[in-house]
Design a protein around this ligand. Structure first.
Ligand SMILES: Nc1ncnc2c1ncn2[C@@H]1O[C@H](COP(=O)(O)OP(=O)(O)OP(=O)(O)O)[C@@H](O)[C@H]1O
Ligand SMILES: [Mg+2]
Length: 577
């Protein structure tokens, strides 16, 4: 019997392999630019015609190749970057498989022009995987690789190419990611002879983003910089108050490779919990550095994904880093700096510092605002850390607190700020269940509609944890025996009613976890309002409590709690400069 199995001719095998590496024009651009970067280029020019379907040309000023190497580069498994499998661990170059050029060559008309130094160089022409001729040329040091008529010999694959515009978008994306990773290199990109993008070398990620997308976009971002064990997380993420107002961008680099990883991106997003509405996704630029042994880069044909040895730890590190960045972002951080030495890396939590803490032992039912209390200074508990340095605070329009700082004026929205403070406190109560509650001498009765009663029942446990002790009283009537006491003028009955009403018919069930929504709602209803006059002591206590929260700069809806007006800005407005 004749054998039915046959070894494929190498040209066919190469074409099949090419399917994995070369999917679209953008993948060719990626491979060629990565090769240029691996060759030590400091300047890379990319020219594309017809969305890369007709021509892709990448020129670099890197090391160049000798005549022999230029020919060898087109052979499969020919690489100058590793010598053994062991070299794969922690490999620093983009390339290591010796696959890209032969794969591209097998499905295109390819030309390499290269020189080791200024002067004598080599031109190699090949098509469909075989070298047609090798000639001499004169050129500058470096390499230019031209890829013409991609898939000219693979009609089935050519049919799968999308329109020029769509392929072009893919190319822009690839060049953008690589230019974010390698900010030390100048890039230019042109389409059908039109220069589209020129990015000069940049010192920082922010500078590069500004060159790519404009200074306004770059200005919306806050720095991330954090170390957890051996994991270093750096980058820039969007201010919560800006999220959702412009297109979203996501960039992730791991050990200086641009990769996709939805798990990491989700962890970064998790850090925004309670600062932005659910479903709205922030722009994030993240750069992770891990020990070489903790990440495997050789798991995806186009190296677009990596595998972690311990994914959970990496995701946690990312969430923590972003959370810290948001918690100490400029407005919040400067607010905190007034209180604690600049060296304090992270603001302490104000577990003991209660804002607008009740001074009288109220046991006679619901507390009502009391003028005497308003005037008297709020006393802080004894165990309070050393008296912080609180600036002189002014209340404006019964709505804002204002104070002066070295670099300008800061305004705090009293309701948003208090809401943030209470939210974090209620979240802690929900997690630990130790809310100081106030037992009422005369229980409150609350009559609810059927839908409201259902909403209450669904959240009963959570209500109890934040300090509402409630008994059913037949029908839809509730008997409230204890209430939380977040501040002296807290109207428990109103807060409970409003919170139940807000939770009734709340169809947003899948978004934020239920306890978080409850904490946010109670915090919103319980917080002091715009229009409440605050005593100096209350302002002070609010300031301290806000500075001690994890995310002082934002309320639970993601709005700013703090606005900073710099002296520069004021001077500009007054025409002083
Ligand atoms: N622009 C360039 N400048 C200098 N040398 C280059 C350039 N492009 C390719 N080479 C050489 O050709 C070799 C083959 O390139 P190719 O992209 O096929 O493989 P690789 O980069 O080693 O690995 P991978 O397949 O993972 O990309 C490289 O190892 C490098 O030595
Ligand atoms: Mg390569």
């Amino acid at each position: 019997m004749t054998s039915v199995i046959a070894i494929l001719p190498s040209a066919v095998a190469d074409q099949i392999a090419a399917g994995e590496v070369v999917e679209r024009p953008a993948s060719v651009v990626k491979e060629l630019v990565e090769n240029a970067l691996d060759a030590g280029a400091t300047s890379i020019d990319i020219a594309v015609e017809d969305g890369g379907r007709q021509l892709i040309r990448v020129s670099d000023d890197g090391s160049g190749m000798s005549r022999d190497d230029a020919v060898l580069a087109l052979a499969r498994h020919a690489t100058s970057k590793i010598r053994s499998a062991g070299d794969l661990v922690g490999v620093r170059s983009f390339g290591f498989r010796g696959e890209a050029l032969p794969a591209i060559c097998s499905v295109s008309q390819l030309e390499i022009e290269t020189a080791l130094g200024d002067g004598a160089g080599t031109v190699v022409r090949a098509a469909g995987g075989s070298v047609a001729d090798v000639t001499e040329t004169a050129r500058r040091r470096g390499t230019t690789v031209g890829v013409g008529r991609l898939f000219f010999n693979a009609p089935a694959r050519r049919k799968f190419l999308r329109g020029a515009r769509s392929e072009w978008r893919g190319i822009v994306e690839v060049v953008t990611s690589l230019s974010l990773v390698r900010r030390d290199v100048r890039f230019s990109l042109s389409h059908d002879g039109r220069p589209v993008l020129v990015v000069p070398r940049a010192a920082t990620l922010r500078e590069r983003i500004a060159a790519l997308h404009g200074a306004a976009i770059a200005g919306r971002l806050v720095d991330v910089e954090d170390v957890s064990g051996t994991i270093h997380v750096a980058g820039l993420v969007e201010r919560p108050s800006e999220v959702g107002t412009a297109g979203r961008r996501v960039h992730l680099a791991i050990n200086a490779r641009s990769v996709r990883d939805s798990g990491i991106v989700r962890s970064a997003e998790a850090a925004y919990r309670s600062t932005i509405p659910a479903g709205v996704r922030p722009t994030v630029y993240l750069e992770l550095t891990l020990a070489a042994a903790d990440v495997d880069v050789n798991v995806h044909p186009a190296k677009a994904e990596v595998r972690f040895r311990d994914r959970w730890t990496v995701e946690r590190a990312v969430e923590l880093a972003v959370r810290r960045a948001l918690g100490t972002m400029e407005s919040g951080a400067t607010l905190g700096r007034t209180l604690w030495p600049a060296s304090t890396p992270f603001m302490p939590r104000a577990v003991d510092v209660e804002v607008l803490r009740p001074r009288t032992n109220v046991a006679d039912g619901i507390v009502t605002p009391n003028d005497e209390e308003r005037r008297g200074p709020a006393t802080l508990p004894d165990e309070t850390p050393p008296e912080p340095d609180v600036p002189h605070l002014l209340q404006l329009r019964r709505t804002y607190l204002m104070f002066e700082r070295d670099d300008g004026v800061v305004l705090i929205d009293q309701h948003s700020a208090h809401e943030r403070v209470l939210f974090e406190r209620f979240m802690r109560s929900l997690e630990c269940g130790d809310t100081p509650a106030q037992r009422l001498l005369f229980p409150l009765t609350l009559h609810l509609g059927p839908a409201e009663a259902d909403a209450f029942e669904a959240h009963r446990k959570l209500f109890e944890r934040v300090g509402f002790e409630v008994e059913g009283f037949g029908g839809h009537t509730l008997l409230v025996r204890s209430v939380p006491m977040p501040h002296p003028r807290f109207d428990a009955e109103r807060c409970l009613r409003e919170t139940i009403a807000a939770l009734t018919g709340d169809r947003d069930a899948s978004a934020a976890p239920r306890h978080q929504r409850l904490a946010a709602t109670v915090a919103c209803k319980a917080a002091i309002k715009a229009g409440d006059i605050l005593s100096p002591g209350e302002m002070r206590a609010l300031f301290i409590a806000l500075a001690s929260t994890q995310l002082p700069a934002h309320d639970v809806h993601g709005r700013s709690t703090v606005v900073h007006l710099s002296w520069d800005e004021l001077e500009r407005r007054f025409g002083r400069r």
